[in-house]
Design a protein around this ligand. Structure first.
Ligand code: SF4
Length: 245
């Protein structure tokens, strides 16, 4: 399928599965969610876009959403990530309690449209375009751009002249929580890029240690490596034909 056919297919997926109450559109401010929000507009379906604030959100992304997507509803967590760490310790890959509390709790009883794509990882490629949440059976997902490649996403953004966060012009090609344990290399880079967050992590880890919650020493958080600052503008222009301003 070429991009034109994929756009048409995604629009049809959205139109054919539209729930009477409208979609719950999960909007992170990242490239994939920028695309699904635009496709939802093009398809004419009913939806409300939500941003799940995690308290680990890159400040530039928050500014981007406020500026370009004022219609998005912000869902704020009951507890910040740092309060969670104080209470439960640091999340690890096998124990991502933060995702449960900060993200997965949303969309109960709704059809959630998100930007999950098969090409993102082997694990994601095993998912289906439409699926029921394995934890909350009242909630289902519709991955409207499941078969899109990263190239498709950038081509669409380019052809529709959609704004995107400057963060992509730096060293990152994904947007997400600062220092997420699921992305270890990026986590180390993030701690270097966002010293205020690093200090907040350290403070929370020390408090957890004092409370006897964490056996792991806080130095682990301090063991950061330098961001190998690849030229994001160059990457985007080479791969996807973006012009460098
Ligand atoms: S830090 Fe990672 S694991 Fe935790 S909520 Fe954010 S994305 Fe989920």
């Amino acid at each position: 399928m070429n991009l034109k056919e994929k756009i048409q297919s995604s629009i049809e997926i959205l139109q054919q599965n539209e729930p009477a109450e409208g979609y719950h559109l999960a909007f992170s401010g990242g490239k994939d969610s920028i695309v699904i929000l635009h496709l939802a507009k093009m398809s004419g379906v009913k939806y409300t876009a939500y941003f799940y604030m995690t308290t680990l959100d890159p400040p530039d992304v928050l500014r981007f959403i406020k500026k370009y997507y004022p219609e998005v509803v912000w869902l704020r967590p009951k507890m910040s990530m740092f309060q969670l760490i104080e209470k439960k310790g640091l999340p690890i890959r096998q124990k991502r309690f933060c995702c449960e509390v900060l993200k997965e709790c949303h969309g109960h009883g709704e059809t959630v449209v998100d930007g999950v794509r098969a090409a993102e990882s082997f694990k994601r490629s095993k998912r289906k375009i439409s699926e029921v949440d394995y934890k909350d059976k009242s909630k289902s997902f519709l991955h409207a751009i499941f078969n899109w490649t990263e190239h498709d996403v950038w081509q669409f953004i380019k052809s529709e002249k959609l704004p995107f966060p400057d963060i992509y012009l730096g060293c990152q090609n994904r947007i997400g929580c600062i220092a997420c344990p699921m992305a270890q290399k990026k986590a180390a880079q993030d701690l270097e890029l966002y010293p205020k967050f690093k200090n907040a992590f350290l403070k929370a880890v020390r408090k957890a240690k004092q409370r006897g919650i964490m056996k792991m020493f806080a130095d682990k958080v301090e063991n950061v490596c330098r961001c190998p600052f690849t030229n994001g503008v160059e990457r985007l222009s080479k791969q996807f034909g973006f012009e460098q301003n």
